[in-house]
Design a protein around this ligand. Structure first.
Ligand SMILES: [Mg+2]
Length: 342
C-alpha cells in the first residue's frame, strides 16, 4: 500500500465516521436504540436537515488543517517545523472561522483572507462547532507554550476539538512521529491550553505517523505512549490510552457499554481513547466504525478519530463503498489528499 492510499484512507475514513456519528451526536444510547433498534444505527441516517452522509466541524477543521500544512510546506525553507507552521495552521483555522461566521464565500473584489477552501460554498455551514474552537480563534495567539505547561488560549479547555482535527499532522510528518507529535500539540494550543487537550492531539498525530510507516495499531499506540512519557503533564492522556488498550485486550467481546466505560469523549483524551479502542477491538472496519458512534457520547468525533485510524492503517479500499459514495465533500477531500501526499 502506498502513501497516497493511506492519506486518502485516513481523510475519507475520518469523514465517514464523522458523517455516521453526526445525526446521533447528542443522543443517549437509550435514545439511539429507541429510534434505530437494538443494534443502533447500521449505516447513514438522516440528520436534522433531512440529508445523510453530511460531515461536521470535525472534518471541516481537518481539511483546513491540511490546507494550512500545505501552505506551510510551500513557503518554508528546509523542513524545520516551528512558528511558521503554527502561524500557517492558525491562518487556515481563521479561514474556517470565516465559514462559520458568514453564510457564503465573499463576493469578488471584497478584501478577505484568501484560500481555496474559503471559496467553497458547501463548507459554509455550522455543524455544532466546539465552543473552545470558536472562542479560541477570536483571541490573540502569542505562540505556543512549552509542551506540558498551560497554553495561552483557553488554558482550562481540553475539549475534543483538538484531537478530531489533528490527523493531518501525522500524514505530513509520517517519517518522524516525534515531529508529528510536537507540531500537532503546538497547533492544538491555538484554541485549547489545557495540557491534556493538546497532548492528546499530539499523541493522535504520532499514532497516525506510526501507521503511515506500516506499523500495527498496537505498536503505533505504544510508540505514542513512549513519546507522551517524555512530556510533563502527560498522565491523564497516557492513562486514557492505556485504558483503551487494556479494554481491547481484555477479551469478552465489545459493546457500547464498554465504549462508554472509557468516558463520553467530550474531552480530548476520551475521544482519543474511544477511537483507539474501537479500532483495536473490532477487526471489521465497518463494524468498528459503527461501534465508534453507537454510544451516548460525542459520536461524530469518536467516529472521525476511529475512521482516521482505520483509513491510515488499511487504506481507502477497506472503507465501505456504500458509505464512500454519498459522502459530502468527497471531491474536495480527494483533492487535498492528493496534494498532501504529493
Ligand atoms: Mg462535530
Amino acid at each position: 500500500m502506498d502513501v497516497v492510499d493511506r492519506v486518502r484512507g485516513c481523510l475519507l475514513g475520518g469523514a465517514i465516521g464523522d458523517a455516521l456519528g453526526a445525526p446521533i451526536e447528542f443522543q443517549s444510547l437509550r435514545e439511539i436504540r429507541r429510534d434505530h433498534g437494538a443494534e443502533g444505527i447500521t449505516g447513514y441516517v438522516t440528520t436534522w436537515r433531512g440529508q445523510s452522509g453530511l460531515i461536521t466541524d470535525d472534518t471541516q477543521m481537518t481539511l483546513f488543517t491540511v490546507e494550512g500544512l500545505l501552505r506551510a510546506r510551500a513557503s518554508e525553507v528546509g523542513d524545520a517545523p516551528g512558528h511558521l507552521v503554527v502561524a500557517a495552521v492558525r491562518q487556515a483555522y481563521l479561514r474556517w472561522l470565516d465559514t462559520q461566521d458568514h453564510r457564503t464565500p465573499p463576493p469578488a473584489g471584497r478584501p478577505h483572507r484568501t484560500g481555496r477552501l474559503r471559496e467553497e460554498g458547501w463548507l459554509y455551514s455550522r455543524r455544532a462547532p466546539g465552543n473552545a474552537c470558536l472562542s479560541g480563534l477570536h483571541k490573540p495567539f502569542p505562540g505556543p507554550s512549552p509542551l506540558g505547561e498551560p497554553g495561552p488560549v483557553n488554558p482550562g479547555s481540553k475539549g475534543c476539538g483538538t484531537v478530531m482535527r489533528s490527523a493531518p499532522f501525522g500524514l505530513i510528518a509520517w517519517h518522524d512521529p516525534r515531529e508529528a507529535f510536537a507540531v500537532s500539540a503546538a497547533c492544538a494550543q491555538i484554541t485549547h491550553g489545557h495540557p491534556t487537550g493538546y497532548l492528546a492531539a499530539g499523541a493522535f498525530a504520532a499514532i497516525i505517523a506510526h501507521l503511515m510507516a506500516d506499523e500495527s495499531l498496537e505498536t503505533a499506540v505504544r510508540g505514542a505512549l513512549d513519546l507522551l512519557a517524555t512530556y510533563p503533564a502527560h498522565e491523564e492522556t497516557s492513562a486514557a490510552l492505556r485504558a483503551a488498550v487494556g479494554l481491547a485486550g481484555a477479551g469478552g467481546g465489545h459493546s457500547p457499554e464498554r465504549v462508554e466505560s472509557l468516558g463520553g469523549a467530550w474531552v480530548a483524551e476520551e475521544a482519543l481513547a474511544i477511537g483507539v479502542y474501537c479500532a483495536l477491538a473490532e477487526p471489521s472496519v465497518e463494524r468498528a466504525l459503527l461501534l465508534s458512534v453507537n454510544h451516548s457520547g460525542d459520536s461524530d468525533s469518536t467516529g472521525s478519530v476511529c475512521g482516521n485510524l482505520l483509513g491510515a492503517r488499511h487504506g481507502v479500499a477497506a472503507l465501505p463503498s456504500a458509505w464512500l459514495r454519498p459522502l459530502e465533500g468527497r471531491d474536495t477531500i480527494e483533492r487535498l489528499a492528493a496534494e498532501l501526499a504529493g
